[in-house]
Write a protein that binds this ligand. Structure first.
Ligand code: MG
Length: 293
């Protein structure tokens, strides 16, 4: 199933995307007054609601044309910081070393950091250039995993049971801030520096572990092209390791890292500028499109 958060007549709600992405059925058409108002609530109540949503969406001929609504990020206001992986594709580790001041070796344990978000941008929403605070704005196309079921010390064999679904995330990064402060937090957390979408594909629709082609284009130029099979630490390792002594909760988002081809990897670097169109795509999930403003 594909689910999305959207605005229609000024009202933000959640729906099931159907009909080869031509239509979206608002949850309140499927569940009436019992419908969750947000994606977070849908995730928290998924075990209970899934059978009804699944049955009714296949019999429903209602819904809205996707072209008549505005998709926003699936989780526009995550409850907690986005959990991110750094240096999780070998070729990206090499190009990251070019920035200087960072250890260039392939990590022997997952490299975690977090990204504070105010409002996650959805597909078609703008990413601020922040030209007054950064001159090195960069893109990072990543597979995002959305946790469905709470857990800690999650056994590798049980990881898939804790996943609600997958989306595409652009881990927008101010490289100069990342470098200057010797810690990634600020450079990763500028307002509007996180985009996600266009939808969440529920875990049952993607064979586990996910092996999906991932790409990023800027103004039509192919910059990143890889497969999630190239992750140094895969989804099973990430979730089982990160959850040791730490509770993952429904709605937590884990962004699994970016492959080679980010702007800083080019000579000279190709930083984002106002007016650029960034398209991050993952096979089976879709394309997240954002203009830099
Ligand atoms: Mg990243």
């Amino acid at each position: 199933m594909q689910v999305a958060t959207f605005k229609y007549l000024g009202h933000e709600q959640v729906g099931v995307v159907t009909d080869h992405r031509a239509r979206i059925i608002p949850l309140n058409q499927l569940l009436g007054s019992d419908a969750p108002a947000t994606m977070m609530e849908l995730i928290e109540r998924w075990e209970d609601l899934e059978p009804r949503v699944r049955t009714r969406q296949t019999t429903s001929d209602t819904g809205l044309l996707l072209t008549d609504v505005q998709l926003v990020a699936p989780l526009p206001h995550p409850k907690r910081n986005i959990i991110c992986l750094g240096k999780n594709y070998r070729d990206h580790v090499k190009e990251a070393a070019a920035l200087g001041g960072q250890a260039s070796g392939v990590p022997t344990a997952p490299v975690y950091f977090s990204k504070m978000v105010d409002y996650v941008r959805g597909s078609t929403e703008a990413i601020p250039a922040h030209a007054d605070v950064t001159r090195m704005l960069d893109y990072e196309a990543e597979l995002a995993v959305i946790i469905g079921k709470e857990g800690h010390d999650i056994d590798p064999g049980s990881v898939s049971e804790h996943i609600f679904g997958y989306s595409v995330l652009n881990d927008v990064t101010a490289r100069d801030l990342q470098q200057r402060h010797e810690q990634w937090f600020k450079g990763k957390s500028l307002d509007g520096g996180c985009a996600m979408g266009p939808v969440v594909v529920t875990a049952d629709e993607i064979t586990y572990p996910p092996v999906l082609n991932i790409e990023c284009r800027v103004n039509g130029e192919l910059r990143q092209k890889a497969s999630t099979s190239q992750l140094i630490f895969d989804v099973t390792e990430i979730i089982s390791d990160f959850s040791k002594g730490l509770t993952l909760k429904p709605g937590d988002v884990i962004s699994t890292g970016t492959p080679a081809g980010v702007g800083m990897g080019f000579h000279p670097p190709k930083w984002l500028k106002s007016g650029d169109i960034v398209e991050c795509s993952i096979e089976g999930i879709g394309t997240l499109i954002n203009r830099v403003k």
